[in-house]
Design a binder for this molecule. Structure first.
Ligand code: CAA
Length: 378
């Protein structure tokens, strides 16, 4: 697959960073279930936290194709770091760029680009996962401000976040119609972390349950139009899904590379196992799935950069890349055999990290619903 010189240079830069700064720490990040602060600083210094934020607001001013390449490369080195960047950029930064007022952009984008604030996206709740429109968090109008009350679940970056995009009902409705979006600073009184989840994979990335106990939010922090919050959430997730597809691709690529080099070195029956057709077929299918995922991500990202609709392409990229990552990491363990099942080898981590990509930012089943609905409409 050949990218433009510009995009190849960005990929090379992210790849070097991933190889030198992330991959050597990934095992420890997984074990300690925490990304060192130093890594956050280095991500910011290299422009990765503000990839597509315009330069006028302190960002790198790049396009979504570049962003997808960066998330892929970072995730190849460390999937936890990859999703920290992805959730921060596509779920918290992008909606401010797209729906924010000039004042909101001037106030928050420089802080998000520099890493002074890490962002998170608060849509899901204990009883509103796939059925996001069923959320029950409320935002009461109190004249010059709103008061937000509710609990949010499975929030990526919930532990680190200084800024949260919060979805709450400004009008009581049975469906999504009364939902509005808000920019909330997490140092506001009433905000707290109820718990940080202990997970199967992406252990360095925090996934938190957050409480909003009468959090006062200025009217100026309403994001977009009143009661347009659900559409803002879904439009944001369209781009987020390209980020998760890229994360899945990076995880799959890491597992593939490891399994390939292992197969060339591991000798059984007097020859490297890579000589066996059974192993070659697995490697061939891995390589093909990665190539297909890369094309789907590129297609969605290009459409997004060109201002064309990309909801279906984003869902297809995430669906395919995440299921490919799960398949590839399973086969990578198979190729590495007993060794692959131990924590001494990285493929068991890749396998655990891959699973979540089929779940967050819309399960594979939700992606299929989105794709089918758009196909049936056309
Ligand atoms: N962009 C903008 N608007 C959209 C849209 C899109 N991609 N898709 C639909 N809409 C609009 C519709 O036109 C409709 O508008 P009207 O009210 O004017 O009719 C409105 O949004 C509602 O659409 P639907 O009737 O299709 O909505 P629904 O309630 O049936 O739900 C769904 C559709 C696809 C199932 C949706 O709820 C969904 O995507 N669910 C999954 C939620 C999800 O991905 N959650 C992940 C949370 S984030 C996370 O996991 C990680 C983290 O860090 C927090």
């Amino acid at each position: 697959m050949s990218y433009s010189e510009h995009h190849q240079a960005i990929r090379d830069m992210a790849s070097r960073f991933s190889n030198t700064e992330l991959a050597p720490l990934a095992h420890e990040i997984d074990k300690e279930a925490r990304i060192p602060k130093e890594i956050l600083r280095k991500l910011a210094d290299n422009g990765f936290l503000g990839i597509f934020i315009p330069e006028a607001y302190g960002g790198a001013g790049m396009d979504y194709v570049s962003y997808a390449l960066v998330v892929e490369e970072l995730s190849r080195g460390c999937a936890s770091t990859g999703v920290l960047v992805s959730a921060h950029a596509s779920l918290a930064t992008w909606p401010i760029m797209r729906f924010g007022t000039d004042e909101q952009k001037a106030k928050y984008l420089p802080k998000l680009a520099s890493g002074e604030m890490i962002g998170c996206f608060c849509l899901s709740e204990p009883n509103a996962g796939s059925d996001a429109g069923a959320l029950t968090t409320v935002a009461e109008d109190r004249g010059d401000h709103y008061v937000i009350r509710g609990v949010k679940n499975w929030i990526t970056n919930g532990r680190e976040a200084g800024l949260a995009i919060v979805f709450a009902k400004t009008r009581k409705t049975e469906n999504h119609k009364g939902i509005s979006a808000f920019i909330v600073e997490t140092n506001s009184p009433g905000f707290s972390i109820i718990k940080v989840e202990d997970k199967l994979g992406i252990k360095g990335s925090s996934t938190a349950q957050l409480a909003f106990d009468d959090v006062k939010v200025p009217k100026a922090n309403l994001l977009g139009q009143l009661e347009q919050g659900f559409k803002i959430a879904l439009a944001t997730l369209d781009g987020g899904r390209l980020g998760i597809a890229s994360q899945a691709l990076g995880i799959g690529e890491a597992a593939f590379r490891y399994a390939k080099s292992y197969a060339k070195e591991r000798v059984q029956f007097g020859a490297p196992i890579a000589d066996l057709q059974g192993i070659q077929f697995m490697l061939a299918d891995m390589s093909t799935k990665l190539a297909a995922a890369r094309l789907l991500i590129l297609d969605g990202s290009l459409k997004k950069d060109q201002g064309k609709p990309y909801t279906k392409e984003g869902a297809q990229a995430k669906l395919f890349a995440s299921e490919a990552a799960m398949w590839i990491t399973t086969k990578a363990i198979q190729i590495c055999g007993g060794n692959g099942y131990t924590k001494e080898y990285p493929v068991e981590r890749h396998f655990r990290d891959a699973k979540i990509t089929e779940i967050y930012e819309g399960t594979s089943e939700i992606q299929r619903l989105v794709i089918a609905a758009l196909e049936l409409k056309s």
